[in-house]
Design a protein around this ligand. Structure first.
Ligand code: CP3
Length: 342
């Protein structure tokens, strides 16, 4: 049985487009909350294969999504590089900000990531053959912003400043992250991931030369290492919020799809990237929270502006307060059914 998402990633146009949603496994689902409560903390949850596999499968069962996305986090790779990562309720991730002099001698213990590969193989064995399992890592720059700043911030000013003034240390950190992330993705592919996605969630606001250095270069390093290992798994790149820098990203990297954040006009973007490259996105997650006519119009907007091979998705993740009925309505709408927006 073939997978609609793999068809699209090989350059074929599907009508209706296949659909999945970033953060489809998460706090908006009561069945997720039930399992979440049994975990000691978020990281322990990610490293417990039976629980992580179960929540990976939940949205596919409930919504009949075309893909499952591995339940894990982009900040597990820094743990393998010896960093102390915690998730605090209501705050998000907290790390000890890295100093330039620590970067030369980062430890590396990739064995801590083994439970994630077990999650992948469990999910793949339980998932039906026509559904795609997406593995992922963070883009090196996005992961580095958390390692440098110690937490999420709106503008990443401290990380950008660090990248300018500690150039060699930053390039070395990004090279380490790229190398470890490539191994992480290679092992996910070997465990059964059908597609790999690189989440460069903080690609916005970079001067073009900085974007090339901090985003395109390290991402190319990841992809080259994966391909050199003989892994031909399709790759989705997601340079969120990168504007026209995303066009260079799509044209310079060996990716099979370029995912778009909410601010990307899909029609114009299509005209600037290879015709066979798939796009993915980019429904406004805020419209999904609001629902009703606002959401209906936002879905139409994506359907009207997408062209060529496309995977329907959001421009960013599902928020915890999203109503299940509205997720169902979006899927019905995209698939030509009878959507009941609330
Ligand atoms: O369903 C899925 O999309 C799969 C799982 C997934 C998670 N994180 C689970 C998660 C994926 C693909 C990620 C990627 C991730 N993690 C990104 C890139 C995508 C994006 O959203 O921009 C980033 C920046 C992170 C880092 C991260 N993890 C933050 C900033 C937070 C806190 C914010 C929040 O929503 O709480 C997390 C925690 C996190 N990762 C949760 C989930 C389900 C919430 C934890 C909980 O259940 O308490």
């Amino acid at each position: 049985m073939n997978q609609p998402i793999l068809d699209v990633l090989s350059g074929r146009i599907k009508t209706p487009p296949p659909i999945w949603m970033m953060r489809q496994a998460g706090r908006h689902l009561p069945e997720y909350m039930k399992i979440r409560e049994t975990a000691k903390d978020f990281i322990d949850f990610c490293f417990t294969p039976e629980k992580a596999a179960e929540v990976t499968l939940q949205p596919v069962r409930r919504y009949d999504m075309d893909a499952a996305i591995l339940f894990a986090d982009i900040l597990l790779v820094p743990i393998a590089l010896g960093r102390n990562v915690r998730f605090e309720k209501g705050v998000g991730p907290i790390l000890d900000p890295i100093r330039p002099d620590e970067i030369k001698s980062l430890p590396r213990d990739m064995s801590v990531l083994k439970p994630v590969y077990e999650t992948v193989s469990r999910v793949r064995s339980e998932l039906s053959k026509d559904k795609t399992l997406i593995g992922f890592c963070g883009g090196p720059w996005t992961v580095a912003t958390y390692m440098i700043e110690g937490r999420g911030t709106p503008q990443k000013q401290k990380a950008k400043h660090f990248a300018y003034v500690n150039k060699d240390a930053t390039d070395q950190l990004l090279a380490e992250l790229a190398d470890a992330s490539a191994d992480y993705l290679i092992n996910q592919a070997k465990a059964g991931a059908d597609v790999l996605k690189v989440f460069e969630s903080w690609a916005e606001g970079l001067a073009p030369d900085l974007f090339d250095r901090l985003v395109i270069g390290p991402t190319r390093q990841i992809i080259e290492k994966i391909r050199a290992a003989g892994i031909n798994t399709p790759i989705i790149g997601f340079p969120r919020g990168a504007g026209l820098n995303a066009v260079r990203y799509a044209n310079k990297l060996d990716i099979q799809a370029c995912a778009a954040g909410t601010d990307m006009p899909l029609t114009e973007f299509r005209g600037l990237i290879p015709a066979s490259m798939a796009t993915q996105g980019n429904l406004d997650p805020l419209a999904l929270r609001i629902g009703g006519d606002v959401l209906k119009r936002a879905v139409d907007q994506v359907l009207d502006t997408m062209s060529g091979p496309h995977i329907f998705n959001l421009g960013h993740g599902v928020a915890p307060d999203v109503k299940i009925a509205n997720v169902e309505a979006v899927i019905a709408h995209v698939r030509g059914g009878n959507p009941q927006y609330v």
